[in-house]
Design a protein around this ligand. Structure first.
Ligand SMILES: [Zn+2]
Length: 428
């Protein structure tokens, strides 16, 4: 159902301008992954956009071939970071580690780009460190401001950088968690980052590592909001172009396996050997050439057949199947696999902002988590598989009454026990 809307089709790389070849993965046309639907609009068609990914042989940047203008994506965004407990724990640890490492104190300045509802800045603020958030989604920025986190409601660009310098001062630390993927004008963005940093300041970006996406077939993390899928090799070329130097990189077990990259505007700190180690690993895994990408499409198609076989088999046995969660990635998974209410009756989500809406495309209804115990489906497909451990431990009653869980990634399978879950989510 729906109409195919035209996005800007790109023939050239957004990083270096070189001509882009054919996409290595084409997921068809899907609605925007965050365009949840009000039930009264269920019979209206949805705009759909092509979802395909290409690799730039010149600068290694992996990117969407069709780009939806950002203003279509961000006006009313329903992802509140604070609804995931494990992500809050990650944020708290991140703040403590950066405060210690960079010796931040009450005269330091911390800026976060895409600061969401203040989930991370709150931990700096509690230690008396001045903070400013930058958040383009109006409803989420308001939420942060009400919680007492000073937040600019805008996109981060050179103009925002000038404003921050004038009203707050140069940043000792600028953080961008899961933001690099969202910014089509990535060169301008990094120049603005450099502009806002103090001479001895540092920028820290966390993003899902495209190496993990390939290894674990995390194709569902591809959706229109994510223009880029980064290797360190690609980030290094972009950073150098903007006059920033990568001086350290750490692996983080969030969003299916992420990198935390440290950049500086001047060679103030020595470059840690981890940078060369990750670059070398990417070269060995084929991330800096076209062949490894070309083989990915078949892995994705196999995952789709396996998942459909599993769900259709349960349907034939007259089992009831629901889902857990309403994350953007779930919408890529369901829409690419063409799974609708014929195979999944409903899903549940803890966020009251998503409850009683329908998932885009698949039109699966979203209820509050209590629906699981009320309805007692035989199986629950976990859509935010990166936090499956957290979800399964929260659903102890459902489990005790015989409910079973399915994880779709990296290979669709039914989990037999909680230990099995731990094994399945080592890289959550
Ligand atoms: Zn390029």
């Amino acid at each position: 159902m729906g109409t195919i809307s035209s996005a800007d089709q790109a023939n050239s790389c957004l990083g270096c301008g070189a001509a882009l070849g054919e996409p290595f993965l084409d997921l068809g046309t899907t609605p925007l992954a965050n365009s949840y639907i009000k039930p009264e609009l269920a019979d209206q068609p949805e705009p759909r956009y092509r979802l395909a990914v290409a690799y730039c042989g010149s600068c290694h940047l992996v990117q969407l071939t069709d780009r939806v203008p950002p203003q279509h994506l961000f006006s009313e965004y329903l992802y509140f970071s604070s609804y995931s407990e494990s992500y809050l724990e990650h944020a708290s640890r991140m703040a403590s580690s950066l405060i210690r490492r960079l010796r931040l104190n009450t005269s330091s300045r911390v800026v976060e780009v895409a600061s969401n509802d203040g989930y991370l800045l709150q931990y700096f603020q509690r230690r008396g460190i001045p903070v400013r958030g930058v958040e383009p989604a109006a409803n989420i920025a308001m939420h942060a401001i009400r919680k007492g986190i000073p937040t600019y409601n805008r996109f981060f660009d050179s103009e925002a950088a000038r404003d921050i310098l004038a009203t707050f001062g140069p940043a000792d630390l600028l953080i961008g968690n899961n933001v690099l993927a969202h910014v089509p004008q990535i060169n301008d963005f990094l120049l603005a980052v450099k502009a806002v940093l103090a001479n001895t300041g540092c920028a820290v970006f966390e993003f899902p590592h495209v190496l993990e996406l390939l290894r674990h077939v995390e194709f569902d993390t591809i959706y229109h909001e994510h223009v880029f899928y980064y290797s360190l090799s690609a980030v290094q070329i972009l950073a150098n172009r903007a006059g920033l130097e990568i001086f350290d990189v750490e692996r983080q077990p969030v969003h299916g396996g992420s990198l935390r990259v440290f950049l500086q505007p001047r060679p103030y700190r020595p470059v840690h050997p981890s940078v060369e180690a990750v670059l070398e690993e990417e070269r060995l895994e084929g991330l800096t050439g076209p062949d490894r990408w070309a083989s990915f499409s078949e892995q994705v198609a196999n995952l789709r057949s396996d998942l459909l076989e599993l769900l259709c088999g349960l349907k034939r046995e007259r089992k009831r199947v629901a889902a857990y969660g309403a994350p953007a990635k779930g919408n890529t998974l369901l829409n690419y696999c063409q799974i609708g209410t014929d195979l999944i009756e409903f899903t549940v989500d803890r966020s009251p902002y998503k409850q009683n809406l329908l998932l885009p495309g698949s039109r699966i209804p979203i209820y509050a988590p209590e629906a699981l115990e009320r309805e007692m489906p035989d199986y629950v497909l976990i859509l935010p598989w990166n936090v499956s451990r957290e979800i399964i431990s929260q659903q102890a009653d459902y489990r005790r009454r015989g409910g079973k869980f399915i994880v779709p990634i990296p290979k669709p399978r039914i989990l037999d026990s909680i230990e099995d879950t731990v094994a399945a989510t080592v890289c959550s």
